[in-house]
Design a protein around this ligand. Structure first.
Ligand code: ARG
Length: 459
């Protein structure tokens, strides 16, 4: 029998029951639902809306339900319409009439908004701490490889020398921004909707501030219509997660490239690679590929939420029940990705020699050769042209700039001297790039210090 059966003369069609229920995916909010109800009951008693004895029974009943669900003794079954109805019905079965008083001055509309906010608040905290762990792992590697020279790319063409530590710290910058966004998002999640009731508040003398305090919210929703119909916090969280997934996906793409024989900059641990059913030589970076693939799925979650909300009149509409699967999927997916990504990074082997060899070819010191002349007074545009012509000569003669004899260099410019070889050695090229944010080991050390401070400052 439905809690709302009073107005109806027929049982709900079985097909409607299974279509309508959200229990299979909102049962995960049972602990938040119970915490919200306990706070609500305390507030109802404190304001004299229900009596203290009933509140006591309600709270004890809810606590016993919580521990029974946690121990597996009580399983939310699929006959209930959602987790809220399930718990309320179970409470009444356990404590009788007192249980029927719990829903005074409350609606499932503000209840579900409350539970979702409580649940996502916890998940956001969890995600922030996972991203922090990822940054710590990256910083450790960056420090280890702050002097490992590798080619930096633009257009996926070798461009200028950087260090592997520098490259890793670029990702730390991205993940720090992701954390910052999540911290901001958490503030907007952490607003208490209870007391909005169905849509129009209540005639009961509720104390919303008391409930807010009990549940550790920063503030209460300012408008009851908005309180029950706002899902911005789901959309915002899914969009923060989408951006973070985009970062993970770019990183994954690079890992896939670096693992290929064409690059061979890194080797993933066997425990984080997979083989082929037919090609015995294969070792694939499936984890990275899956993260790249799952990014599309998370974008899908975001689009689901945006599209679901775009045409809804105020206030609550059942469409909004669709919010949970999408936002939960986004949260679950990114957490699983990061949890696998961190140990994959931690166990990879970095092949410094291969990086260095790649850096030694591709004329990534051509800019430095031009800069050498510029520092001797040649205008940069002229120096650029000379350096370009020398690159063309090297390609024709199958050599690299460092190996061009001084006499040859002088044919292109009188300004070349013996010190040019040191000026264009890869080590010099990297060490001299010590501008703020640059690739030199000393710059990377500064970036690491700044990132560590930023991590410490996050809440
Ligand atoms: N299961 C519903 C949801 O997830 C709870 C709110 C139901 N409210 C209503 N008026 N039908 O959105």
């Amino acid at each position: 029998m439905k809690l709302w059966a009073g107005r109806f003369s027929k049982e709900t069609d079985e097909r409607v029951n299974s279509f309508n229920t959200s229990l299979p995916f909102d049962r995960r909010m049972y602990a938040q639902d119970i915490a919200g109800s306990v706070a609500h009951a305390k507030m109802l008693a404190a304001t004299g809306i229900i009596d203290a004895g009933d509140a006591e029974k309600i709270i004890l009943g809810l606590e016993s339900i919580l521990s029974d669900i946690e121990s597996g003794l009580l399983v939310p079954d699929n006959d209930a319409e959602d987790i809220h109805m399930f718990i309320e019905a179970e409470l009444t079965a356990r404590v009788g009439d007192a249980g029927k008083r719990l829903h005074t001055a409350r609606s499932r509309n503000d209840q579900v908004a409350l539970d979702t906010r409580l649940y996502l608040r916890g998940e956001t905290d969890n995600l922030i701490s996972l991203l922090k762990k990822l940054c710590v792992a990256l910083i450790k590697k960056a420090d280890e490889y702050k002097d490992a020279i590798m080619p930096g790319y633009t257009h996926l063409q070798r461009a200028q020398p950087v260090t592997f530590g520098h490259h890793l710290m670029a990702y730390v910058s991205m993940f720090l921004r992701d954390i910052e966004r999540l911290v901001g998002c958490r503030r907007r999640i952490n607003v208490m909707p209870l007391g909005s009731c169905a849509l129009a508040g209540t005639t009961y003398p509720v104390d919303r501030q008391m409930t807010r305090e009990l549940l550790c919210f920063d503030s209460v929703c300012a408008n009851s219509l908005d309180g029950v119909s706002d899902r911005d916090f789901c959309i915002e969280l899914a969009s923060c997660i989408s951006i973070a997934m985009m970062h993970l996906s770019r990183f994954s793409e690079e890992i896939i490239l670096w693992c290929s024989w064409e690059f061979k900059f890194i080797e993933l641990d066997d425990a984080f690679s997979t083989g082929s059913s037919i090609m015995p030589q294969k070792k694939n970076a499936d984890v990275a590929e899956l993260i790249r693939g799952k990014t599309g799925r998370v974008y899908g979650d975001l689009i689901t939420l945006l599209t679901m909300m775009k045409g809804l009149p105020l206030a609550y509409n059942k469409d909004m029940q669709e919010d949970k699967e999408a936002v939960f999927d986004a949260v679950d997916t990114i957490c699983e990705c990061i949890n696998t990504f961190i140990p994959m990074l931690g166990t990879m082997t970095v092949l410094r020699g291969n990086m260095k060899n790649a850096a030694a070819r591709g004329f990534i010191n051509a800019t430095d050769l031009a800069d050498y002349l510029t520092k001797k007074g040649v205008p940069f545009r002229d120096a650029y042209k000379i350096s370009g012509s020398l690159v063309a000569w090297c390609i024709e003669n199958d050599t690299v700039l460092e190996n061009v004899p001084l006499e040859k260099l002088r044919e292109y410019s009188e300004m070349f001297d013996g010190d040019v070889y040191d000026a264009i050695s890869l080590e010099t090229c990297v060490n001299m790039r010590s501008s703020e944010g640059g690739p030199s080991p000393s710059s990377v050390v500064r970036q690491i210090q700044l990132a560590k401070t930023a991590l410490e400052e996050i809440r």
